[in-house]
Design a protein around this ligand. Structure first.
Ligand code: ZN
Length: 186
């Protein structure tokens, strides 16, 4: 019955910021969803295993962050499949959700992608401000039950913001869940 929110982090993993975010989640018994870039998988296998071990979810965010609506079907399949295979090899788990790069999609992409496309309901603009205070304020002033919150785990400013956001959301009674958990509950 408690309100729910899904924190989502795109474009990583990135050493330092991603591990700090995982530390914060673990400390507060919370989970999140990471939309991962396929060509970052090999060098960050330990972080990805940690996500799965600690109950977080991994989604597909393409192999090299191309704008997917501009690709041929073959190129699109390459971007998605290579990422699925890399993540399965490292974590043992194949993603069941994806997030289109730049939030850019159309009917053709939706038909060809073969899994749910997950956008967001609350955009922190963390990539633009690179400022922890602004991210904290944006989330805490706007968050509502059922929100999917967009952040990027490639900035230390975002990792710093998460240290404040996670305990504050919990103290307000929010359950922090994965995207798949949120979708299943709704
Ligand atoms: Zn992205």
């Amino acid at each position: 019955d408690k309100p729910m929110v899904a924190l989502t982090f795109d474009d990583g993993p990135f050493p330092g910021s991603t591990s700090s975010i995982l530390d914060t989640l673990r400390e507060h018994d919370a989970v999140a969803t990471f939309f991962v870039i396929g060509n970052r998988v090999h060098d960050n296998a330990d972080l990805l295993k940690r996500m799965i071990d600690e109950g977080s979810e991994i989604g597909n965010h393409s192999l090299s962050h191309k704008r997917l609506t501009t690709l041929s079907v073959e190129e699109l399949e390459y971007q998605i499949e290579k990422t699925q295979i890399a993540l399965k090899a490292v974590t043992g788990v194949e993603p069941v959700i994806m997030r289109p790069t730049y939030g850019s999609y159309n009917d053709e992409l939706e038909q060809n992608i073969g899994m749910p496309m997950i956008l967001w309901s609350l955009d922190t603009r963390d990539w633009e401000t690179r400022d922890a205070e602004s991210v904290i304020q944006h989330v805490l002033e706007n968050v509502q039950d059922g929100d999917i919150i967009l952040m990027h785990d490639i900035y230390m400013s975002t990792a710093e913001a998460v240290k404040v956001i996670v305990p504050e959301l919990k103290s307000r009674g929010f359950q922090l869940v994965t995207v798949s958990e949120l979708l299943a509950a709704r």
